[in-house]
Design a protein around this ligand. Structure first.
Ligand code: KIV
Ligand code: NA
Length: 265
């Protein structure tokens, strides 16, 4: 069954939780899609986990199109969302619509995601009017890393929490079909989820959100530069991979591999 924006809305209304993960390439997206994931995000987190940058600011439209297109080929049923990279939508409503259009046309994705509250509502309205569904992203928005002075939990103080709640209401009003809530206290995640009628997708925003999203390398335990508190590792792939590589190196050196089984006779 194809997962759609309309289905995400129905899931919120019926209390069925939405499970999303990130993916940035064909084979990863294909396995996730076959596992039954509801939504896949080609996140600009690819700058960190795929390209090794310290943050997401250097990610380009070309990077997003390159990875978006690769992931799209692996997706049959999931809702595929493509991140708008830093400075592809802030500069003007026109830039935002043109770049959202490129992301959809050149990748085959179904929706775009952008970061921010009231300040990006004109963009959300215009992209939505162009018939491209928009996922909003508020709370700890990584593209604002320098404005925040680091990747820190947002909305801990009463006033800051009220501002994030306002941001949620404004992006809903502007037409966002769902809202990513990143790194906010559990109670704020719950309050926002109650206050808006569109689904909230949490990452470090507690259990009350209508759905959850994690970066796939984080949840597989294959990105160990740092481990945020909200990451649950469902596997330890870097350990598994390292030991496979070591076995291979040893077998090549000891001439165990390739045995005749792996040779053309
Ligand atoms: O880029 C990304 O992976 C994201 C999610 C973590 C929400 O924006
Ligand atoms: Na992102």
């Amino acid at each position: 069954m194809k997962h759609t924006v309309a289905e995400f809305q129905k899931m919120k209304e019926s209390g069925q939780k939405i499970a999303m993960l990130t993916a940035y390439d064909y084979s990863t997206a294909k396995v996730m899609d076959e596992a039954g994931i509801h939504g896949i995000l080609v996140g600009d987190s690819l700058g960190m986990v795929m390209l090794g940058y310290e943050n997401t600011l250097s990610v380009t439209m070309e990077d997003m199109i390159h990875h978006g297109r690769a992931a799209a080929r692996g997706v049959k049923e999931a809702l595929l969302v493509i991140d708008m990279p830093f400075m592809s939508y802030e500069t003007s409503v026109r830039d935002a619509v043109i770049n959202a259009g490129r992301l959809i046309k050149e990748t085959g994705g179904h929706a775009v995601k952008l970061e921010g509250g009231a300040e990006v509502c004109p963009q959300i309205k215009a992209i939505t009017a162009a018939k491209i569904p928009v996922m909003a992203h508020i709370g700890m928005t990584p593209q604002a890393v320098h404005a925040f002075g680091g990747f820190k939990v947002q909305g801990k103080e009463k006033e800051a929490a009220a501002k994030i709640l306002e941001a949620a209401k404004s992006v809903e009003e502007a037409g966002a079909f769902a809202i990513v809530l990143e790194c906010v206290p559990e109670a704020l995640g719950k309050a926002i989820t109650k206050a808006v009628s569109v689904p909230t997708i949490g990452i470090g925003a507690g259990a009350a959100c209508d759905g959850q999203i994690l970066v796939f390398q984080d949840m597989l335990g294959m990105y160990n530069d740092f481990k945020p508190k909200f990451v649950k590792q469902y596997a330890s792939l870097s350990d598994t991979m390292k030991s496979a590589y070591q076995t291979y190196i040893r077998e090549v050196q000891e001439q165990v591999f390739p045995s005749s089984e792996f040779s053309f006779l």
